[in-house]
Ligand binder design. Structure first.
Ligand SMILES: *Cc1c(COP(=O)(O)O)cnc(C)c1O
Length: 428
């Protein structure tokens, strides 16, 4: 690591921006003048292209009514499949293995209902103690639906340091009593990136289906789900993919499983050619489309279409490369500009173990976040002591990172945070 060697001048940041081949995407987003948005890992910013594709969906409704299902610039009948094909390169899968549908949590329900088949003593589910609560709530209720007690049957693999997970521990938990594994790609608090290739192959060797929650890696990091031979994955599209609040989510099902009947069925999981025969015997689609349930939420899916065009042009490999440079630069500036001010870096340092955000730890994290907001920086607080900062490759500049650290430095020097109450907001 380059502690002490980073160039801390604004000119250096400007020079990095001039060399940045992705810099032109910034003008496609609605950024507020003078404000620095570091919360794109919670809710990505709106882009002109996402706005455009939503407008197209509204125009189709206005101009075609019911015929919008088959007419207009982007007909609705195969909208989810089209989005699936556009998301496939981001997860390293083929188009048929990916579909836009549901929300992350409902998709966990769908895939747990499909892949969790307790039999005899093989009845436990492996998750971890640091994952997002909604994932745990979904697994707990799936266990209850099978008449099992989550306290006994849900294994939450502990963290050794309270921030990260050790792949050794996760693999050790994959015993012959385990019927399903669900793990995050990137931990939402610390930003640790797990070794999904290794975890997938360990699960395969033990014949345990494994799925990943990619909420904090989709759009930030390349994936190779087919190559890793993972069984399934879920993700949301409103974080790094910038598709808007509550936008329709995505899922991946490995083609090995295309003959399975989904755990939760509905008419939009039908094979398209026969869906409108309206037979009471379901003929499921022979691809990931089978995991849809009801009518696609077109208006919540539409912004994703425009947004994904940008990802196709920018390419995920280049986005990841820039993201690693942005987060490295941010960590270097924290170490050189904010030393002795009580900050610690809570994310792993190595590139191959880091997601798209920096986890800054400070005892005064709540109040520092409030002071940052009043200094036109939008951070993200996670209890009890984490400030998440996510510079986004498509729209954050190196100069933004530089400016943000300078504002933070002034906040700390002037102890501005002492003016605020030590209490988190309702959404934090
Ligand atoms: C953001 C996030 C969710 C959100 O789930 P929704 O169903 O979209 O509300 C779930 N899991 C993880 C790990 C997340 O980061």
């Amino acid at each position: 690591m380059s502690v002490g060697t980073v160039d801390t001048t604004r000119n250096y940041a400007k020079a990095m921006d001039r060399e940045d081949e992705l810099a032109s995407f910034r003008k496609e987003f609605y950024l507020k003048d003078g404000a620095i948005y570091m919360d794109g890992n919670s809710l990505g910013l709106m882009s002109k292209r996402a706005e455009k594709s939503l407008t197209v969906a509204m125009d189709t409704w206005r101009n075609f009514g019911i015929d919008g299902w088959t007419e207009g610039d982007a007909p609705w009948f195969d909208y989810s499949e089209r989005l699936g094909a556009m998301m496939a390169p981001l997860v390293g899968a083929s188009a048929e293995e990916v579909i836009a549908t549901g929300s992350t949590t409902t998709n966990i329900h769908q895939l747990a209902a499909t892949f969790y088949k307790p039999e005899g003593k093989r009845a436990k589910i492996v998750a971890d103690e640091l994952t997002f609560p909604s994932d745990i709530y979904a697994l707990q209720s799936q266990l209850r639906l099978h008449g099992l007690n989550p306290d006994e049957h849900l294994i939450r693999v502990p963290s050794r340091d309270g921030r990260t997970l050790d792949e050794e521990d996760l693999i050790a938990a994959m015993t012959d009593e385990v019927a399903l594994v669900l793990l995050p790609s990137v931990l939402y608090r610390s930003g640790q990136l797990l070794d999904m290739a290794r975890l997938s192959s360990a699960a395969r060797e033990r014949n345990i289906p494994i799925g990943f929650d990619l909420c904090h890696s989709i759009g930030a990091i390349p994936h190779e789900l087919s190559q890793w031979d993972a069984d399934f994955a879920v993700w949301c599209n409103y974080k790094y993919l910038n598709a808007g609040p509550g936008s329709v989510a995505g899922l991946f099902v490995n083609r090995r499983h295309f003959s399975k009947v989904p755990g939760l069925t509905g008419w939009f999981g039908s094979k398209k050619e026969v869906q409108f025969e309206l037979d009471h015997q379901l003929t499921p689609a022979e691809d990931a489309g089978a995991y849809q349930i009801g009518t696609p939420h077109i208006l919540s899916a539409a912004p994703l279409l425009g947004s994904l065009e940008m990802f196709r042009e920018a390419e995920i490999g280049r986005l990841r490369e820039k993201s690693l440079r942005l987060t490295r630069y941010l960590m270097d500036l924290v170490e050189s500009e904010l030393s002795g001010m009580g900050f610690a870096i809570g994310n792993p340092n190595e590139d191959y173990r880091r997601g798209g955000h920096v986890c800054l730890v400070h005892d005064e994290a709540v109040r520092i976040c409030k002071a940052l907001k009043d200094n036109a920086v939008v951070p993200d607080f996670r209890a009890p002591d984490v400030i998440r900062l996510a510079p986004i490759s498509l729209y954050t500049s190196f100069e933004d990172v530089w400016d943000m650290v300078q504002r933070l430095k002034v906040i700390m020097e002037e102890k501005q945070y002492e003016r605020y109450e030590k209490k988190r907001g309702v959404v934090a």
